[in-house]
Design a protein around this ligand. Structure first.
Ligand SMILES: Cc1ncc(COP(=O)(O)O)c(C=O)c1O
Length: 337
């Protein structure tokens, strides 16, 4: 076990023992290899660098109460990366290869997996990109798939501490028939400026409205939107330009298991004041309660700034309980490493 202060880990890059890397050429993936160097040579005409043929994923591994290590729903990330690969004309990584790669690199870095009880986990970051040379705008003839890992603590320091969100009407994240529903790298370049502006103004997260009408709630830059109605209904936006979040899908199932109603539908901005709890959800953040949403001069207050609402807290405790092996895994979400 590494000598790391597990309890004060943030969400930051850290070198570990190795990553695992595969190359696709002439229609097939090679057997992959573990590489101890975090650097790799890359062709100066690689399509990832010029034309943005690059996609990533994010999932987590947990040290469970029984001492075993497990990945959370890796097949879902494999499927989402395949959707992104098709949309950006990249070679697809088959689900078996994807899951094997994640297991392989977690196993090779087990001493970086935070111990049970520290609140930490291991962030697993798969990356797929066009590594073949191409100077005309066209798909590459070679692709690289790699998976790196690093130990992480809660995304926002202070755990489930509610945050303020900002709607910036001058920037959109994704167009209706664009690539908002896939995890292509360029989507994040598109959101960086708005994110930095929001941060500078004192808002840790920014909320995007639909690009066409600016009347519907879409999602945060790196997480989906969840609203809880006073009657306990779980509401989340349904839109073709939102990334289908594995965490949101998981929380919807948990909400149903807890007997709550779940509605995935258009969510008007004007409905925001009707929610009793609002949160951002995603692998890195799990759930981040949002207590205030600012748009221009209008400030919508949805909860208390000093604590998480009871419904979100219950959902959070349940998902974490399943991930750490404290609650039964009724849906077979945990994959042993
Ligand atoms: C734009 C966007 N929305 C939502 C999410 C949350 O998805 P997941 O729960 O699969 O991490 C992410 C993170 O991957 C994201 O980048």
């Amino acid at each position: 076990m590494k000598n790391i202060d597990w309890k004060s880990l943030g969400f930051a890059y850290m070198d570990t023992n190795c990553h695992v890397r595969y190359v696709w050429k002439d229609g097939k993936w090679d057997a992959g290899e573990l590489s101890t160097s975090p650097y790799m040579p890359i062709h100066i005409a690689a399509t990832a660098l010029h034309y943005g043929q690059a996609a990533f994923e994010g999932l987590k591994a947990f040290r469970r109460k029984d001492g075993k290590a497990s990945l959370f729903r890796p097949e879902e990330n494999a499927k989402r990366m395949q959707t992104t690969a098709r949309r950006t004309c990249m070679a697809e990584v088959p689900t078996d290869l994807f899951v094997d790669a994640c297991k392989r690199v977690v196993k090779a870095n087990l001493e970086y997996l935070p111990p049970y009880g520290t609140g930490g986990s291991m962030y697993v970051r798969p990356l797929l990109f066009g590594s073949g040379a191409q100077i005309g705008v066209a798909p590459a003839d070679e692709y690289t798939f790699l998976v790196m890992v690093m130990p992480v603590g809660p995304y926002y320091k202070g755990g489930l501490k509610p945050v303020r969100a900002l709607i910036l009407d001058d920037y959109d994240r994704a167009a209706p028939q664009g690539m908002g529903d896939v995890k292509v790298a360029g989507n994040y370049a598109a959101s960086l400026y708005a994110h930095e502006s929001a941060k500078h103004a004192g808002y840790p997260v920014e909320l995007y409205l639909d690009a066409k009408t600016h009347t519907l709630v879409e999602e945060f830059a790196t997480s989906n939107f969840i609203g809880i109605k006073p009657d306990g209904t779980y509401v989340t936006p349904d839109s073709c330009s939102i990334l289908p979040s594995v965490t949101n899908n998981t929380l919807q199932q948990i909400a149903k298991d807890l007997g709550m109603s779940v509605e995935a539908r258009a969510v008007p901005y004007d409905e925001l004041p009707e929610f009793s709890e609002i949160a951002a959800c995603g692998t890195a953040v799990v759930i981040t309660p949002v207590y205030e949403i600012t748009r221009g001069d209008r400030v919508i207050r949805v909860g208390a700034p000093d604590g998480c609402g009871p419904v979100l807290q219950k959902l959070y405790d349940t998902v974490q309980g399943i991930q750490y092996g404290v609650l039964p895994d009724r849906h077979g979400w945990c994959v042993e490493v």
